[in-house]
Design a protein around this ligand. Structure first.
Ligand SMILES: Cc1ncc(COP(=O)(O)O)c(C=O)c1O
Length: 373
């Protein structure tokens, strides 16, 4: 029964041209699909400097944080992050775990969670695992959020609002000042996920705009602009203590090994001084947006993440295949990662990509868009 059900479902994915496969990354071109927006993870000079600074790293933590997994480097990392944000921090093995854990731990049947419709799967899963009530607001539409808050302000014991800063699939950005104004008026708890802004905006947009105090739970995943893995939560001591005592995704998992934690610490110490990289990324981003205008392409992006909506999965495959044969490593994103009918080419810029490569890429993309239907 089970096998038949699975086969049928996978067959329907194939018919709709959205059957996923793991593809070997051919290492012969720049990777336009990487989220390592600052080009840190594979930078030979940085990697060498890191191993020279930490020659004797071990490869396992051996246990969870509450047993013997709170080794000196991980405590040093949290201390260092605490000094940056001037608030307690708690390290998680991934951004996925961190989002899920906050929501599962603090939201119950007396809670209303109001979540941006395009929030990441980890946020959605956290809400599903909790017993909270859920209303989703239109993507980045703070007027819609305000209407929901007006209607529900006296109906629940607690209200949580969850947003990301820069959105991964559209490359658009929340108006954080306006969101904080709403928080002041309606007194909700705010969870803010900075997965796609850390690095590109140094320690994140909330830090850059001096709004750390206004965010109850600030989530900083390090697997993208941080060029690493893991994440940390910035919150007050009471919430931190509660997670250490009750947060299942924090408690019941083996801590990341010293090699990753030391790299996180190394990057955290460097991120603000990588000014040249940020400038280069900004230049590339401006160039890409100029080319988008030149070729009259449609995108919602205002940032280093750029999506061109194709819509039809067969057409997307033809365009992606063509670009791959031209040595551009781009990846077509389909549902359920993005809503049905909005499949797209998504690229993430990084300072290691040469300008000419971007100019040629958009020329080829424009050709493909006008050739394959
Ligand atoms: C907005 C957002 N939050 C959280 C995550 C999960 O982070 P991690 O990859 O560290 O689990 C992602 C990853 O795709 C993301 O895009």
């Amino acid at each position: 029964m089970l096998k038949e059900k699975i086969k049928k479902e996978l067959h329907s994915f194939k018919l709709e041209n959205r059957f996923r496969k793991l593809n070997l990354l051919e290492n012969n071109s720049f990777n336009l699909s990487s989220n390592d927006y600052m080009g840190l993870g594979n930078d030979p000079d940085l990697v060498k400097e890191f191993y020279d600074s930490y020659p004797n790293l071990t490869l396992s933590s051996g246990s969870s944080r509450l047993i013997s997994g709170s080794y000196p480097l991980i405590m040093e990392l949290e201390d260092y992050a605490e000094k940056i944000y001037n608030k307690p921090t708690l390290f998680f093995n991934s951004g996925f775990d961190c989002n899920c854990c906050i929501i599962e731990t603090f939201c119950d049947e007396d809670t209303l969670v109001i979540s941006d419709k395009l929030n990441h799967a980890s946020i959605h899963d956290g809400i599903m695992h909790s017993k909270a009530n859920l209303i989703r607001y239109k993507h980045l539409d703070l007027n819609h959020l305000k209407n929901i808050l007006e209607k529900n302000k006296n109906k629940f014991k607690n209200i949580f609002v969850i947003s990301e800063t820069i959105y991964s699939m559209d490359g658009d950005c929340v108006n954080l000042e306006e969101l904080i104004k709403l928080k002041k008026n309606f007194n909700f708890y705010l969870i803010l996920d900075e997965a796609h802004s850390f690095g590109v905006h140094s320690y994140g947009i909330a830090h850059e705009k001096n709004l750390i105090e206004q965010v109850d739970f600030l989530v900083i995943p390090l697997g993208k602009g941080g060029g690493s893995i893991g994440s940390y939560l910035v919150c007050n001591q009471l919430y931190k203590d509660y997670i250490v005592n009750r947060g299942r995704k924090f408690i019941y998992t083996t801590a990341l090994p010293p090699v990753n934690i030391a790299w996180n610490l190394f990057i955290l110490k460097k991120i603000e001084i990588l000014q040249k990289r940020k400038e280069k990324l900004e230049e590339l981003t401006n160039l890409a947006h100029t080319l988008i205008k030149k070729y009259n392409l449609k995108t919602l992006s205002t940032t280093h993440i750029i999506s061109i909506i194709i819509g039809d999965n067969n057409r997307l495959d033809k365009i992606t295949k063509y670009l791959n044969t031209k040595n551009y490593f781009v990846y077509g994103v389909k549902e359920p990662t993005v809503p049905k009918g909005t499949s797209r080419i998504r690229i993430g810029l990084s300072p290691s990509i040469p300008k000419d490569y971007i100019i040629d890429f958009f020329k080829e993309l424009n050709y493909a868009l006008n050739t394959f239907f």
